[in-house]
Write a protein that binds this ligand. Structure first.
Ligand SMILES: [Zn+2]
Length: 195
């Protein structure tokens, strides 16, 4: 008996501990005693033989370099955001892939980075690399960045004011790295349908 999971597995993802399952095809044993994936694909557990393997797939939904992706920030780090991909080139993506983007936006000035992103923000970026099977985005150009965000205090609707967003409910005001078309109606539709 074996079980297949729909969620694509990325290289390095933990599959099982070596006490639980033996690593099969496209896996390796990491130094921490975990069986991890060595490929992009689906994990398949064989409960009878107690093995786990990765069945590679052609990943038709994996974005390519140059693709424009839209998604929401699911994790926020000091110099990086993780973006759960919802759209690739305006087509809905159900691949479940996440992408990462550097949020050190440069400029060369020695100033502290302002909090220009928050978890939950809808962002648009361009794929610049697929190094190590990770989707890397840039959000630095003017058409990239935050497409739409809800108020960080009350969850209300927001409008753009220069390089910040302002809540129309409670008036809270916060800087963002905004796209040049922030808050257009289509984006609100995306946001609501994505909920
Ligand atoms: Zn508010």
């Amino acid at each position: 008996m074996s079980k297949t999971d729909d969620q694509p597995i990325l290289p390095g993802e933990q599959l099982a501990s070596i006490e639980e399952f033996e690593g099969g095809k496209n896996t390796y044993i990491a130094a921490d005693g975990m069986v991890r994936s060595a490929a992009v694909g689906n994990k398949v557990y064989d409960f009878k033989r107690r093995t786990v393997k990765i069945e590679q797939k052609n990943s038709p939904m994996l974005p390519k370099v140059g693709d424009i992706v839209v998604g929401f920030i699911d994790m926020l780090f000091s110099s990086m955001i993780s973006v759960k991909i919802l759209y690739i080139n305006n087509k809905k993506s159900t691949s479940g892939y996440s992408a990462i983007a550097s949020i050190r936006l440069g400029g060369g000035r020695d100033r502290r980075d302002r909090p220009v992103f928050r978890a939950g923000d809808i962002v648009r970026g361009r794929v610049v690399s697929l190094l190590n099977s990770t989707v890397h985005l840039t959000v630095a150009e003017k058409e990239f960045g935050v497409l739409y965000a809800l108020c960080f205090q009350c969850g209300g609707d927001t409008v753009r004011i220069n390089d910040s967003i302002k809540c129309i409910e409670c008036g809270a005001y916060e800087p963002r790295k905004l796209t040049n078309d922030y808050g257009k109606e289509t984006i609100r539709l995306i946001h609501r349908s994505g909920k």
